[in-house]
Each structure stands twice: as C-alpha cells, then as structure tokens.
Ligand binder design. Sequence first.
Ligand SMILES: [Zn+2]
Length: 266
Amino acid sequence: MHSTSDLHGHTVLALHAHPDDEAIFTGITLRRLADAGARVVLVLATAGELGESRVPLGPSETIGRRRTAELERSAALLGVSRLVLLGRRDSGLPGWTSGAHPRALAGADPHRLARRVARIAEAEGAETLIYDDAQGIYGHPDHHTAHRVGHGAAELTGAASYQITVDREHLAARAPGGHLVHGAAAAAEVHYGRPTEEITLAVSGTAADLARKYAAITAHASQVAPEHLPPAAFEAAYGTEWYRREGAPGLLDRLTQPERVAQPVG
Ligand SMILES: [Zn+2]
C-alpha cells in the first residue's frame, strides 16, 4: 500500500528526552522508517527517573530500571535496531529541586552531549536526525535540552534534521484535551505545539502502523494507563506526527502518505 522508497542502507538517529516520548511523538515515523528498510538508532537522554509509577514496582526495581525495560519493549515494537542510553537524569518540572541534581539533563552541557550524539551518528553513518523543536514540544526543561543537543549534533554532522512538534490546531479541532501532551503542558504550565502553518511535514500511517504505535505507548505501563488512550479517539490524537524540517530534505521526506486511516485501534 505504501509507495515509500526503499530505505535499505540508510540510517536515521532519533533523540528523545524520556522513555515514552519515542512512542508518543514519533512511533509511526520510526516504525515506517524501519519497515522501509532504514536502520533506526534511538538515543535516550534519560531513563525518566522522576515519572511516578502507576504500577507496583518489584522489590529491587527502581523506576529508572522499570522504564528502561519498558523502553526496550517499545523500541522493539517500533523496529529500532539499536538503543543507546546517554545516562543523564530526568530533571523534573521547573521549580523542582531535581533540576539541580548533578546528572540532571537540564543542567548538562548541551555542547558536550551534542558531540557525543554526533559521534554516534557519524559511527552509524546516520544521514537524518530527529529531535525536539526549539520549544521542546511543550516546554519541559529536558525537552529543551534535547533540542539543543539534537540541533548541535545536526550542525556537527551536517545531517538532515527534523524537529518534533505537535500541530496545536489539529489537536484542538480533532482531539481537544485528548493527547498526553495536554496534561504534560498543563503540568509544566506552558503552551505546546505550533500552528499548522509552522509545520513542514506530517507523517501518518496505516491502521497497522497505528496499532503498533498504540502497543508501543502502552508498553510504558508505568506511565500510561489504557484509559488515557481510548481506542475510538486514538487516531484523532495520535494518528499523525509533525515535524519542522531544518535544511535539505532527509529520509522522512521519502515516506509517502498512505491512504487515511479510518479504523480506530483496539
Ligand atoms: Zn518527555
């Protein structure tokens, strides 16, 4: 059904701040890149150590360990070939003392981390990078840092880059209050996303791609409860992923748009 070009021999690197961001904001995109044959390298800056668990943890299980296991499951569902953890720590929300932790991502030197990500990208021959936009999608301090790191790595490597956002107008019209970013933005007391005219590329998928995204998001069971994702409303909120392209077209522009998905998942 897709007429996407064959991407065998091509590599994309996606950088995210916390486990679950990869599924929520880029799940369809990563799955489709992998299905087209691209090698997908997923780099996570933190293990989301400050996410409160919705499920009981095992006796020796920490939230970071739990979320890393969920991330591994999500990455497998999305076709990720290699997962790299940068080992920084979740910074929490503005005003939290956690932001002052020595390993907090928000306090990290973004240039140093950018050089590290650039080295991974170069070793992998990644020609396209995916990372948060300058607003950090919705303003979380870790997402801001992820932007600076991704942007720095793109400049160092010259890779094509796509900056992740959400289409605020699309969500307001089709899924008012129904996207996890709404609650996250409210918690951070910030705006989220961008108006449609600021978006360069929208990626959607087939019903099968959407089902895979649903499975990847819900693999993060410590963070996302199924009632957050009512099947009938899933496509409206999560059926499209949005980017601002920086510079020349890269691999995401080679994904063509499939026929619109009409079926809800579940
Ligand atoms: Zn996040």
